[in-house]
Design a protein around this ligand. Structure first.
Ligand code: LLP
Length: 463
C-alpha cells in the first residue's frame, strides 16, 4: 500500500476505526447516485456539476458555504410519492425537514399537501399560497394564538396531541363559530429502530396519547362529545430515518385496532388514518432506502388487510414524508480552509461552515459522505474528519471520510444528502451566518433562501 500523497498524512490502514471502513472507496471521484441529487455529475474537467452548472461557478456567484438544491430532483421525488399513493391517499410533505416559499409552490404544483408544526411554518405556507385546507397542523404544544390562526385560516386538519389540547382546540373553534377537522395522535408502543432522539412511538416520550391503558380511546370519547371538533381520524408517527417496514406494520395493526374499538363503542367508522413520515434515505453508500411505490404498496396492503380482518371499510390513508423527499435533493458546498494531518490519527479538514449548518452529526451521530467537488484527483485516499469553524471540538460535519491526499486550502468539497434537517435546524452559534439555499434547475440557479448577513444579526440585537 502506498502512502498518502499528503506529506505528513497518516496511512489509512494504521488508523481505521475498527469494523467501520474496510477500505477506502475504489474511486474517490465516483459519485454514488444513492446519495447524490439526480442531476449531479462531473464535467470533462472533473468538476462537480448539478443541473448542468459547475460548482466553481456556483461558489463564485453565491459564496460558500451554501446548500445547493436540485429543483428537478425535488419535484420528481414529490411527484413519485404523489403518484405512488394515487388518488385514494394523501401525501403531506413534512415542512420541518426544509420549508421555504419556493418549496411550498413546488409542492402545490405537484399536488402534495403540507404538514406544518409551528406558527412560522404555517405563515410560510399561507404566504406562498398553499390552500389552507391542504395543510395539517402538528405539534405537542401549539399556543392558543397558533391554534386560533390555524382555525381562522381553515386548515384541513389539526392533529391533537394531548387531553388539554382537545379541549383547547374545541373551545377556540367553537368561539369562532367553526367546527375544526381533527385527528388524534396516538403512541402505539412501537420501538422504531432509529436514534433515540428521533423515535416517537414508544410510550415514554412527549408526543401523542398512549394507546396503552385505554387513554387513546378515552381521548376519542372526549373529542367526539365536543361541538367544536369533527374527529376525522387517528394519527401515528413512529420515528424518523427508518428502513424496516415492520414498525409501520405494527403501528397500522394497532391503529386499526383502535378504529375497531371506536366502531364497536360509538357506532362510527373514522374515515382517515395517518401513518406519519419517517422513511429513511441514504446518507452513505451503506444505506438502502425503499422507493416510494414499494412503501405505498406495503402500507396500503397492511392497512387493507388489517381493516378486512376487523370488518371495517378501509379508511383514506395519509403519510407525511419529509426527509425522503427533500433529503437527497441537496448538498452542502464548502470551501476548505485548513488541512491538518495528525500523525498516526487522521487529517482534519476545516471548512467554512460546520455545526451551525449541519448539527446532525453532533446531535445524532449521523453519518455523511463527502467528495472533492472543484476538481477530480488521482491522489491516494487520506482518512479525514471534516470539521467546521466553531469553537467546539464536537463541531464535526463528517466523522470519517476518505478524501484525496492532495486536498488543499481553496478546494471545494461537497457533502451530499443535506436537504433535510440541515438548513431547518441551522443556528447562529458563534454568530456564524446561516448559508443560503440555492435552487438549480434547467441550467439556471437562483437563491430561494438568502444568506444571512451581519445586518440580520445586528437587527435582532436591540440592547
Ligand atoms: N410527521 C410527523 C408528525 C413528524 O414528527 C415528522 C418528523 C415527520 C412527519 C417527518 O419525518 P421524516 O419523513 O422527515 O423522517 N431532526 C431529526 C428528525 C426529526 C423528525 C421530527 N419529526 C433529524 O435530523 O434526523
Amino acid at each position: 500500500m502506498s502512502r498518502s500523497a499528503h506529506p505528513a498524512g497518516p496511512r489509512y490502514a494504521d488508523v481505521l476505526p475498527e469494523g467501520h471502513y474496510s477500505a477506502p472507496p475504489a474511486d474517490l471521484n465516483a459519485l454514488d447516485p444513492k446519495v447524490w441529487a439526480r442531476t449531479v455529475g462531473r464535467d470533462e474537467h472533473g468538476v462537480l456539476t448539478v443541473g448542468g452548472i459547475d460548482v466553481k461557478q456556483l461558489a463564485e456567484e453565491f459564496g460558500t458555504p451554501a446548500y445547493i438544491l436540485d429543483e428537478a430532483d425535488f419535484r420528481a421525488r414529490a411527484r413519485a410519492w404523489r403518484t405512488a399513493f394515487g388518488s385514494d391517499a394523501d401525501v403531506f410533505y413534512a415542512g420541518k425537514a426544509f420549508l421555504s416559499r419556493a418549496v411550498v409552490r413546488w409542492l402545490h404544483e405537484e399536488g402534495l399537501n403540507l404538514d406544518v408544526c409551528s406558527g412560522g411554518e404555517l405563515a410560510t405556507a399561507l404566504s406562498a399560497g398553499m390552500p389552507a385546507d391542504r395543510i395539517a397542523f402538528h405539534g405537542n404544544n401549539k399556543s392558543p394564538a397558533e391554534i386560533e390562526r390555524a382555525v381562522r385560516a381553515g386548515v384541513g386538519r389539526i392533529v391533537l396531541d394531548s387531553f388539554q389540547e382537545i379541549v383547547r382546540v374545541a373551545h377556540i373553534a367553537q368561539s369562532l363559530g367553526k367546527r375544526q377537522r381533527v385527528q388524534i395522535r396516538i403512541t402505539v408502543g412501537v420501538e422504531a429502530h432509529t436514534h433515540e432522539f428521533i423515535a416517537t412511538a414508544h410510550e415514554d416520550q412527549k408526543f401523542g396519547i398512549p394507546l396503552a391503558g385505554g387513554q387513546a380511546a378515552e381521548a376519542v370519547r372526549r373529542a367526539l362529545q365536543l361541538d367544536g371538533l369533527e374527529v376525522i381520524g387517528i394519527h401515528s408517527h413512529i420515528g424518523s430515518q427508518i428502513f424496516d417496514m415492520s414498525g409501520f406494520e405494527v403501528a397500522a395493526h394497532r391503529v386499526v385496532g383502535l378504529l375497531r374499538e371506536i366502531r364497536d363503542e360509538h357506532g362510527i367508522e373514522l374515515p382517515e388514518i395517518d401513518l406519519g413520515g419517517g422513511l429513511g434515505i441514504a446518507y452513505t453508500s451503506d444505506d438502502d432506502p425503499r422507493e416510494p411505490h414499494e412503501i405505498a404498496k406495503a402500507l396500503t396492503e397492511i392497512v387493507t388487510r388489517e381493516c378486512e380482518a376487523a370488518r371495517l371499510s378501509t379508511p383514506r390513508i395519509s403519510v407525511e414524508p419529509g426527509r425522503a423527499i427533500v433529503g437527497p435533493t441537496a448538498f452542502t458546498l464548502y470551501e476548505v480552509g485548513t488541512v491538518k494531518p495528525l500523525e498516526g490519527l487522521r487529517t482534519y479538514v476545516s471548512v467554512d461552515g460546520g455545526m451551525s449548518d449541519n448539527i446532525r452529526t453532533a446531535l445524532y451521530d449521523a453519518e455523511y459522505s463527502v467528495a472533492l467537488a472543484s476538481r477530480s484527483s488521482d491522489a491516494e485516499p487520506m482518512l479525514c474528519r471534516v470539521v467546521g469553524k466553531h469553537c467546539e471540538s464536537g463541531d464535526i460535519v463528517v466523522r470519517d471520510a476518505f478524501l484525496p491526499g492532495d486536498l488543499a486550502p481553496g478546494d471545494l468539497i461537497a457533502v451530499p444528502a443535506t436537504g433535510a434537517y440541515c438548513r431547518s435546524m441551522a443556528s447562529n452559534y458563534n454568530h456564524v451566518l446561516r448559508p443560503p439555499v440555492v435552487a438549480v434547475d434547467g441550467g439556471g440557479a437562483r437563491v430561494i433562501v438568502r444568506r444571512e448577513t451581519e445586518e440580520d444579526l445586528l437587527r435582532l440585537d436591540v440592547g
